[in-house]
Design a protein around this ligand. Structure first.
Ligand code: HEC
Ligand code: HEC
Ligand code: HEC
Length: 363
């Protein structure tokens, strides 16, 4: 295809073009990459939150790009919130002026009731919530108002741990009737399916898609079993799982729970523990205590509020294995963030949901 004289000239004058080409390519790419880095900045730079004493390696690293990004749900909340109307005295109450007012809201002024009702409908994505007294959504909604108030009042120590944050229906529901990250029991149904394999090696959200046991949420956040497995005793005198020593499966179940917790908050283990001593309550961070309270809160919410609703739900809301009521845990509120909605104060505009007493409008 080349003229003859060219092929001949080429044969007579052999030149190594590959060496210089590679050298040129390498230097060229390096200069290009360096120019991009200088011009645009390091895209994978991290920032870390130090959680323990210096030298202990206790830090939670995150990409700066992620830290700068706001949780997209915050905008949804801000769009649905409005300032309370401070009562001047003498207003009509919702109980007199409106129909089907949920118990506990009758004494609100009509203006504040209307505004709360509109917000609750947006937060749960149920446009006619509380219109039909026969609907199961109405009965469940009544319980939910009480539960939300209990969380803000009784578990103030968790949901306002660092500063006022609180919860509203939106914290869990985010505009959907069924909140994300609810869970159901997965344990064995009959004696014949009981045993090791039925709890482990199954692809479930409850085990965070690991081979760890799938019943961690059930055992620890519903049945209230003891979580601790680690101490400095030797196991020589007895067999794990017997003789009063925690078994190996219990240790694995603890890790399943801890994986779930870490993923729910988007943190790693040293956010709460000094990992050289998981058992030692004197080496933990303040967040460990907030989590302990969170565990107690979730136990109460599941057992006192959500489990008793079972008979009210239609079949399609119940669990696939045990037909149990949907339950909540850390991720139902946190959704992968250290603080739900990145610590946005959601309760300040909704004193009606902050307490079961008369709301404090600051007047
Ligand atoms: C701490 C989390 C949480 C909060 C806060 C919360 N809910 Fe719920 N809610 C749930 C869970 C979990 C369910 C069960 C999901 C299901 O119905 O399948 C639920 C179910 C419901 C349902 C039934 C929906 C359906 O179609 O099955 C209604 C109605 C409801 N909530 C209303 C409210 C209202 C109103 C508020 C605020 C006053 C509220 N919720 C606050 C967690 C929460
Ligand atoms: C948000 C805080 C938090 C995070 C994150 C966390 N833990 Fe925990 N962990 C706790 C609390 C609180 C307890 C004690 C629970 C109890 O006994 O009631 C605990 C208990 C444990 C125990 C049992 C300790 C004992 O006394 O036997 C182990 C083991 C453990 N965690 C491991 C981990 C691992 C591994 C990770 C990371 C995958 C992790 N934890 C992440 C808070 C946390
Ligand atoms: C009802 C909603 C809800 C549930 C359920 C919940 N939390 Fe929280 N949690 C919050 C709110 C709101 C805050 C923010 C408090 C603040 O920063 O003032 C918070 C804060 C925390 C903090 C402190 C974070 C920090 O930056 O100091 C930890 C740790 C935590 N939660 C762990 C848990 C764990 C573990 C669970 C499950 C066992 C859990 N939470 C369940 C609402 C919830």
């Amino acid at each position: 295809m080349f003229p003859k004289w060219f092929s001949k000239w080429n044969r007579d004058n052999p030149t190594n073009i590959y060496g210089p080409a590679i050298a040129f390519g390498v230097v060229g790419s390096a200069v290009f990459a360096a120019t991009i880095l200088v011009a645009w900045g390091q895209p994978f730079s991290t920032d870390s939150l130090q959680t323990g004493p210096r030298g202990a390696g206790m830090s939670v690293p995150e990409f700066e790009a992620d830290l700068a990004k706001a949780d997209p749900s915050i905008a949804g909340f801000l769009a649905s919130t409005s300032d309370p109307v401070v009562p001047q005295g003498g207003e009509q109450t919702a109980g007199r002026a409106r129909d089907n007012v949920p118990p506990g809201l009758e004494d609100l002024t009509v203006e504040n009731y209307d505004r709360l009702l509109a917000a609750m409908r947006e937060w749960t994505g149920i446009p006619d919530l509380f219109d039909d007294p026969e609907s199961y959504q109405t009965s469940v909604g009544h319980v939910m108002i009480g539960m939300t108030r209990t969380i803000n009042e009784g578990w103030d120590i968790h949901v306002n741990a660092n500063k006022e944050v609180g919860v509203t229906c939106y914290t869990c529901h985010r505009g959907e009737p069924v909140p994300s990250d609810v869970w159901f029991k997965t344990g064995p149904v009959t004696a014949s399916t009981e045993g090791w394999s039925s709890n482990q090696n199954r692809v479930t959200m409850q085990s965070q898609y690991t081979s760890l046991p799938s019943d961690a949420l059930e055992k620890y956040l519903l049945d209230g079993e003891r979580i601790g497995v680690h101490d400095l005793e030797s196991r020589v005198a007895g067999v794990p799982g017997e003789d009063g020593y925690p078994g190996i499966q219990q240790a694995e179940r603890t890790y399943a729970l801890m994986n779930y917790v870490s993923n729910s908050l988007g943190v790693n283990c040293v956010f709460c523990h000094n990992t050289r001593a998981f058992y030692d309550g004197s080496q933990v961070t303040p967040q460990w205590a907030t989590e302990s309270l969170g565990i107690q809160m979730v136990l109460e919410l599941n057992n006192d509020y959500l489990v008793p609703l079972q008979s009210m739900y239609p079949e399609d809301r119940l669990g696939p294995v045990h037909e149990d009521a949907p339950k909540l845990a850390c991720k139902t509120c946190h959704k992968g963030y250290q603080q739900p909605l990145q610590g946005t104060n959601v309760i300040e505009d909704w004193p009606e949901l902050a307490t079961s007493d008369a709301p404090d409008y600051g007047n």
